[in-house]
Design a protein around this ligand. Structure first.
Ligand code: 5GP
Ligand code: MN
Length: 344
C-alpha cells in the first residue's frame, strides 16, 4: 500500500475535470527527457483506454533513446507541426502539464498554453510551481513526475487501466530521473511501485538496455574525448567542468541525447560534489548542473545563468559565448566555496 501524497481535494477536482472532458492534450517541457515523455505517454495510454481523445505535444523533439516507447510516434512535435499543435491546444477541453511548472518551460507554446480556454492540471515534481493551472499537483519530494503520476492514476482509481505499455513508460520515467535508481530514490515506496509495474508485465532489464545501451560508435568516442580532453577539475572547490563547442559536436556527429549523462560522470570522482556541463548550440549555450549532498545546483543555475531545477539536478541557458559562460562559472565558484566543502 502507498501512503497518500496527493491531497484528496486535488484528486477529486482532477477526477471531475477528466470525467467532463473528451478532448485532452498532454504537454511536456522543451527538450523532453525520459520522465517528461514517459509520464506523458503513460497517461496518454490510460486516457485512451478510458475512451478519451488524447494527444501528446512537446515543443521540440525527444532523444533517440526513447524511440522504443509505445506511442512515441504519435507525439506531436510542435517545432515541426506548429499549426497542428496550436489547433490541438485551442480545441482541448483539458490540458495536462507534465513535468514542468512554469509556462516558460514549453517555450514557443507558453503564450498559447496560458491563453487557451482548456482547464489545466499540472503533474510535476519541480520546486516552486507557478500558479497557472486549475489543479496543481506539485510534489518536489517525488523522485519523478512518473512516480507521482503512478500515484495519481492509482488515487483516481484507474490503476486497472495501466497496461504493459504505460507501465513501461512509467518505469522508464522513474529510471531516467534517478540515474537508474542511483540518486533521489531512497524511499521504499518507489520499489513498491516498481513491483506493481513488474506485475503489469514490464521487463526492467530490457528497458535499461533500450535506454542506456543504444549508443553509436561516435557517441562513445565523444565520451572518451570529453573525459580525456575536456574535463577540468577545480580541486579547491570539489567541482568539475566539461565544455563542448558546436564545432566539436559536429566532429562527433552529435545528435540529441548523445551528451545526456555526461554531466554525471565527474561526480564519480572522489570528493567531486558539483559538476557542470556547458554545451554550445548554434544560437544559445546550454548548461547542465549536478550535485551531491546539499549543494544547491538549482540556485547556482538561477544565480549564474537563466535556469533552475532540483537541488541536485538543474539546468539552464546562457545567451552569450561559450567562453563567457565558462567565465561566469569560474567567477561564481569562489562565492560558493563554503557550500562546496565535502559534506560526507
Ligand atoms: P538537464 O541537465 O537534464 O537538461 O536538466 C536537469 C533538470 O534541470 C531538468 O529536469 C529540469 O528540472 C531543470 N532544467 C533544465 N533546463 C532548465 C532551464 O532552462 N530552466 C529551468 N528552470 N530548469 C531547467
Ligand atoms: Mn522529471
Amino acid at each position: 500500500m502507498l501512503n497518500p501524497v496527493i491531497s484528496k481535494e486535488s484528486i477529486q477536482q482532477a477526477k471531475r475535470l477528466i470525467d467532463k472532458a473528451q478532448r485532452i492534450v498532454l504537454v511536456a517541457h522543451v527538450s523532453p527527457d525520459g520522465d517528461a515523455i514517459g509520464s506523458s505517454l503513460a497517461l496518454w495510454h490510460v486516457l485512451k483506454q478510458l475512451g478519451k481523445q488524447a494527444d501528446v505535444i512537446v515543443p521540440n523533439n525527444y532523444p533517440g533513446f526513447l524511440k522504443w516507447m509505445d506511442g512515441v510516434k504519435d507525439i506531436v512535435v510542435a517545432e515541426w507541426k506548429d499549426a497542428l499543435a496550436a489547433r490541438m491546444l485551442h480545441n482541448a477541453e483539458l490540458i495536462f502539464c507534465m513535468d514542468f511548472n512554469i509556462p516558460k518551460r514549453v517555450q514557443q507554446l507558453s503564450g498559447l498554453l496560458e491563453k487557451v480556454p482548456a482547464r489545466k492540471i499540472m503533474i510535476d515534481h519541480h520546486p516552486q510551481p507557478a500558479n497557472f493551472c486549475d489543479v496543481t499537483i506539485s510534489h518536489p519530494e517525488m523522485s519523478s513526475t512518473s512516480e507521482l503520476l503512478y500515484r495519481f492514476i492509482n488515487d483516481i482509481g484507474l490503476d486497472g487501466l495501466i497496461n504493459k505499455s504505460s507501465a513501461e513508460c512509467l518505469y522508464a520515467g522513474m529510471m531516467t530521473d534517478t540515474g537508474a535508481f542511483s540518486y533521489n530514490s531512497n524511499t521504499p515506496e518507489i520499489y513498491y511501485i516498481i513491483s506493481k509495474l513488474l506485475e503489469k508485465g514490464i521487463n526492467k532489464d530490457i528497458i535499461y538496455q533500450k535506454v542506456y545501451n543504444h549508443y553509436s560508435e561516435s557517441r562513445i568516442r565523444l565520451e572518451g574525448y570529453v573525459l580525456y580532453k575536456k574535463m577540468r577539475i577545480f580541486e579547491e572547490y570539489n567541482a568539475a567542468l566539461i565544455t563542448l563547442s558546436f564545432e566539436e559536436q559536429k566532429k562527433f556527429q552529435w545528435k540529441k541525447g548523445d551528451t545526456e549523462g555526461f554531466v554525471n560522470i565527474p561526480l564519480s570522482i572522489e570528493n567531486i560534489c558539483f559538476s557542470v556541463f556547458i554545451r554550445e548550440e548554434e544560437d544559445i549555450v546550454k548548461i547542465s548542473l549536478r550535485s551531491q549532498g546539499g549543494f544547491p545546483a538549482n540556485e547556482f543555475a538561477s544565480d549564474v545563468y537563466t535556469g533552475g531545477g532540483h537541488l541536485n539536478a538543474a539546468g539552464g541557458e546562457f545567451s552569450g559565448s561559450l567562453d563567457n559562460a565558462v567565465r561566469l562559472f569560474e567567477e561564481a565558484l569562489p562565492r560558493y566555496k563554503e557550500q562546496l566543502t565535502i559534506k560526507n
